[in-house]
Write a protein that binds this ligand. Structure first.
Ligand code: SAM
Length: 481
């Protein structure tokens, strides 16, 4: 690898973006050329989905989109749709060049015998020395994603020690060095086991590299930090405070703080800034501190509730995405994650009132995210981009198979094969000219307690539905989702 840097500081900012150039053997990417050249890439809507139990055809296309496709195709299609310059937050958690293949594990409901269904989620193995293939994958995707940013937007790239230094150099080249906002270090695991026993400091950290457009302004949250009783003082009005040296506050700032009653002078005349205290839920006095770029207060996923864990490998905690979405996008803003995995970004954006587009190339990621987002109450438009629609053939010996039988006024549809899908759904008014619309779906609930009497992994039969089935024939389609 070679890094080249232009010394011409008089170039305008847009050109200075190119001042850094990372070379790798066989580098196959030139900025502002092929990545942005648009072919006829379009999204095709395959399904409009809302949560089980709701029916009716009067559906408005939703502001939440889940797209099956390569991030490059999806990002280019969004550019063709005119979204360039309109995205408030791009968060991606792409492969890390970990040279591992990741497997999704879902516990089979039924007796708690430890059985799990395993399926390949995605592959993070790259050929060749120097990670050239990985860099050739990532660079054009970063470039098109960055082009979608609004003038106040930011791009967050979640990686670890393996790729963070490459990502910084690539974003220097794409956005410009002036676009650097933060390198956030998230402690994703405690220093235990093999990491702690190794002859080095534990690699327990992930890095989130943040770059932004010139108008980008993040709003970091605050957190409560307990104050030792010995450091608590009381002012004449009986308010508890703690004091800290003035640090780099200017004289003007000190004068302003003085007016606010926030300056404490010692007997020798030394100036300290007062921080008034508040009680936390446990009744301890705390100082409210703005969060900096070292995030040690977001627990790893394994400490989250079983209901949050989807079984998707490399899923990130919801609290992490809640912090990012809150501080980097306005309410109603547009959030984009095209390496979406289990859909954490979408769940967070939906709960926080943001619009979102999620994408992923893995069908298993899509299925996981779809179920998760529907459970969270999102109304989704599912789309495909650059990937042919998978054939859905109920009669194929290897493929999914259903049977249907009359039950009085109604029809009961039963899934015979496969018996352990992650989820399945039924559209009782299927019409090939419009997207699939599930009126019923069944899915694995992560963390659900096993019930002895219920041996089957999922409800395999759609409950009685579509009254009036006796009036002529109806096409019914089911999808393994
Ligand atoms: C680290 S996981 C994302 C996990 C996610 N943040 C979560 O909380 O579940 C990376 C994802 O990127 C997807 N991926 C890998 N290469 C891709 C590509 N070229 N285009 C779109 N998705 C891709 C994988 O299928 C995988 O789901």
């Amino acid at each position: 690898m070679v890094v080249r840097q232009s010394r011409n500081r008089r170039e305008p900012r847009e050109i200075r973006g190119n001042a850094t150039r990372l070379e790798w053997p066989g580098r196959n990417w030139e900025p502002r050329s092929r990545s942005l050249s648009l072919g006829a890439i379009r999204m095709v809507t395959t399904e409009e989905a809302r949560n089980a139990g709701t029916s009716g055809d009067e559906r408005v296309p939703s502001a939440a989109r889940l797209v099956h496709g390569d991030a490059l195709d999806v990002a280019r299609a969004l550019v063709s749709e005119g979204l360039e310059g309109h995205v408030d937050l791009v968060y991606i958690d792409p492969p890390f060049a970990s040279q591992a293949a990741y497997v999704h594990e879902a516990r089979v409901d039924g007796p708690a015998d430890g059985r799990v269904v395993r399926a390949m989620a995605y592959d993070d193995r790259w050929e060749g020395e120097g990670l050239g293939g990985y860099l050739d994958m990532l660079a054009p995707r970063l470039e098109v994603l960055a082009s979608l940013l609004a003038p106040t937007g930011t791009i967050w790239v979640h990686v670890d020690w393996r790729a963070s230094y490459f990502v910084r150099l690539m974003l220097d080249e794409i956005v410009g060095r002036d676009g650097f906002v933060n390198e956030i270090v998230w402690r994703r695991a405690p220093n235990l086991g093999r990491q702690a026993a190794s002859h080095q400091f534990g690699r327990t950290l992930d890095t989130i590299v943040v770059y932004g457009k010139s108008g980008a302004r993040l709003v970091p949250p605050t957190r409560l930090e307990p104050i030792a009783p010995a450091a608590i003082r009381w002012d004449p009005e009986g308010r508890p405070f703690t004091a800290a040296p003035r640090g780099d506050y200017t004289d003007e700032s000190i004068a302003r703080l003085e007016e606010e009653g926030r300056i404490h002078r010692t007997a020798t005349g030394k100036v300290y800034v007062k921080y008034f205290l508040v009680k936390d839920d446990d009744g301890a006095w705390c100082r409210r501190r703005r969060v900096d770029a070292l995030w040690t207060d977001i627990a790893p996923l394994r400490h989250s509730s079983p209901g949050e864990r989807t079984g998707f490998p490399t899923q990130k905690p919801r609290a992490l995405l809640d912090r990012i979405v809150t501080c980097a996008s306005p309410p109603g803003g547009l959030v984009l994650d095209l390496f979406a995995g289990s859909g954490t970004t979408g769940e967070s954006a939906s709960a926080l009132g943001r619009r979102f587009v999620l994408g992923d190339a893995s069908p298993l990621a899509l299925a996981t995210a779809r179920s998760r987002l529907l459970r969270a109450g999102a109304e989704l438009t599912l789309q495909e981009c650059g990937i042919p629609t998978a054939a859905c053939s109920p009669n194929a010996a290897e493929g999914p198979c259903i049977s249907a039988g009359r039950e009085g006024e109604r029809v009961r549809v039963e899934l015979r094969h496969p018996i352990e899908p992650l989820a399945w759904a039924v559209d009782t008014r299927y019409d090939a000219s419009r997207p699939f619309r599930a009126v019923w779906h069944s899915e694995r609930v992560p963390g659900a307690r096993a019930r002895r009497s219920f041996r089957r992994p999922l409800p395999q039969a759609a409950p009685a539905f579509f009254p009036g089935a006796d009036r002529g024939r109806r096409a019914v389609l089911f999808r393994r989702v």
